[in-house]
Unconditional design. Structure first.
Length: 561
């Protein structure tokens, strides 16, 4: 086995493909597809499917199509189509010239519907939706045949044509497959193939159609027309596989793809239902689909996640047939690993407290050298201005503290990162007793070294007050304060579990001056604070989003609970 082969992921799907290739099935060809519905933005669960489908195609020298399942135009939007394409490209994958829409095949799908009617395997049904549910039966009781099940072929053909021409009201008739009303699989009890939809303008076909095929009819035909060999989907479609096969077995089409199911991604402290994500957006509980608290790919991108970290996360969680719940900490650890190696260091004071160094010459400015990365010299160094007045973080000062506190204390010393050792000599407070500034002194012999006989253990970050740039810093955290917010237990609605601390905006942060020139989306480690990126949606002001903290602050709380 070559090194390249050994580095490829392995799972039960790849074992199936390996066996197919060994048996010369599909002439050794591998063709997959990623078939999103354009009714919302993609989320991290879709990323798992993207990485799987495009990754398999790439590793087996095959192809992967991007195909929009656009059979429900009432909920679809061209903006979603553009967003999905951007997300797939951003993750590092390319469908090349293989961009398709299910609507590309509407004429063909209609012809196959006519074929089923002529073969006595489909009929037009006049039952209402409520009556259809009643006739379908239950898991314990067989269904009953529709009174319209034995309509003549000619009548069914005429009615379907009139449905297509728009003669009937929405919901008055559907086309159903004639399979088995006693089947233990509810999906096989004469499922609906077509429904009437009036007054809908489709983003690809306009008002050409008054009837639209159902997903379970459209999907296998689309796969077959595109020559897909392995149709990979999540476990909830396992019960739909008999219908997938029935459709292809009963129409005149040469290709019969193999449907294979794998477990979907269930990520803690968020919701993965597109319906619930839509609720969050439409009810204004988040600031759009790309809100950095959302599990959407657009939200993760705006928060500062990298394509490499998301691909790596998808590989780490693996592919299996068993439903499981993935800890949010695993996703956060993946981006930490990436940014720890690749994010340059900068200093930002999020809660500033002014420090006046009284023995430093007024008007003097020094440029201190600071490493852009402590473990990688290739990142080089940068110049940081130092002057008589600096800002430190309020959390880095105590008037009195025990030995465990390694920061600045009254009458004690601390080192400024890449700078001098300073000593706090005086605390200035306002009338309410709030500390307004510190008066300190510095030792000019301590730049980059400790004086002989003195040990200064604490190191804190800072910025020069005269050179700092003011910015808004948004501290993003997990959107929900419950690991399974939509479990429905105790009758609690998932929206009631939104974490009130999921977004804290700090408007008076002071950053080192180089950050004023950061490009939107550029990522940094703010030393001792976390990983941040410049926001891509705030062109009129300087805003940085916290991608992730330096350590998993939730881990201890989860252990306690």
């Amino acid at each position: 086995m070559s090194t390249e082969e050994a580095s490829k992921p392995t799972n039960f799907i790849r074992h199936i493909i390996d066996a197919d290739i060994a048996a010369s099935k599909n002439n050794g060809k591998v063709a997959t597809r990623f078939p999103p519905e354009p009714n919302g933005y993609l989320h991290i669960g879709h990323a798992k499917s993207i990485v799987l489908n495009f990754g398999v195609a790439e590793d087996y020298n095959g192809t992967c199509n991007l195909r929009f399942d656009d059979t429900n135009p009432e909920k679809e939007d061209v903006d979603f189509i553009h967003a999905i394409q951007e997300d797939v490209h951003w993750l590092g994958f390319d469908w090349q010239d293989r961009l398709f829409y299910a609507s590309d095949y509407f004429e063909k799908i209609y012809e196959f519907a006519l074929e089923l009617i002529k073969a006595g395997k489909a009929y037009v049904c006049d039952l209402s939706a409520e009556e259809t549910r009643e006739y379908r039966g239950t898991l314990k009781e067989a269904g009953r045949a529709s009174p319209f099940r034995e309509r003549a072929v000619e009548e069914n053909l005429d009615l379907l044509e009139r449905m297509k021409l728009g003669e009937f009201k929405d919901g008055s008739r559907v086309l159903r497959a004639k399979i088995d009303m006693a089947s233990p699989n509810m999906n096989m009890r004469d499922p609906t193939l077509y429904r009437i939809r009036h007054g809908v303008v489709h983003h690809q076909t306009g008002d050409e159609w008054s009837i639209y095929p159902m997903y379970d009819f459209t999907h296998p035909i689309s796969d077959a027309l595109e020559g897909i060999t392995h149709s990979l989907c999540t476990l909830e479609f396992a019960d739909h596989r008999p219908l997938y096969d029935w459709v292809l077995d009963n129409i005149s089409i040469d290709c019969h793809p193999q449907q294979i199911e794998f477990s979907r991604l269930n990520l803690q402290y968020t919701v993965m239902s597109k319906r619930k994500l839509t609720q969050l957006v439409e009810e204004g509980l988040v600031n759009g689909w790309d809100d950095p608290r959302m599990p959407t790919i657009a939200g993760l991108r705006r928060r500062g996640f990298t394509p490499a970290s998301i691909r790596e996360f998808c590989l780490r969680i693996g592919i299996s047939k068993v439903e499981n719940s993935v800890e949010m900490g695993m996703l956060e650890a993946t981006i930490r690993d990436d940014l720890n190696s690749n994010a340059p260091r900068r200093m930002g004071v999020l809660n500033p407290l002014k420090v006046i160094i009284e023995n430093y010459p007024e008007g003097q400015v020094e440029e201190l050298n600071s490493a852009n990365h402590p473990q990688n010299e290739e990142f080089g160094k940068r110049k940081i201005p130092f002057s008589r007045e600096v800002y430190i973080d309020r959390e880095d000062f105590r008037e009195s503290a025990n030995k465990k506190f390694k920061r600045l204390v009254l009458d004690k010393e601390v080192r400024l990162r890449s700078g001098y050792v300073i000593r706090c000599d005086q605390v200035i407070k306002d009338e309410q007793g709030e500390i307004t500034e510190l008066r300190c002194s510095y030792d000019p012999e301590t730049l980059g070294k400790n004086p002989e006989g003195r040990k200064v253990k604490g190191v804190i970050h800072w910025v020069s007050a005269a050179h700092a740039v003011q910015a808004e810093v948004r501290l993003y955290d997990r959107l929900f304060n419950h690991p399974t917010p939509d479990d429905g237990k105790d009758g609690v609605d998932f929206k009631e579990r939104i974490n009130p601390q999921s977004l804290i905006a700090l408007n008076n942060c002071m950053l080192e001056p180089s950050l004023a020139d950061a490009e939107p989306g550029e990522r940094f480690q703010f030393e001792r604070e976390g990983y941040f990126c410049r926001d891509t949606g705030s062109e009129d002001k300087l805003v940085f989003n916290r991608t992730v903290t330096l350590r998993d602050s939730w881990a201890k709380e989860e252990q306690k609970s």
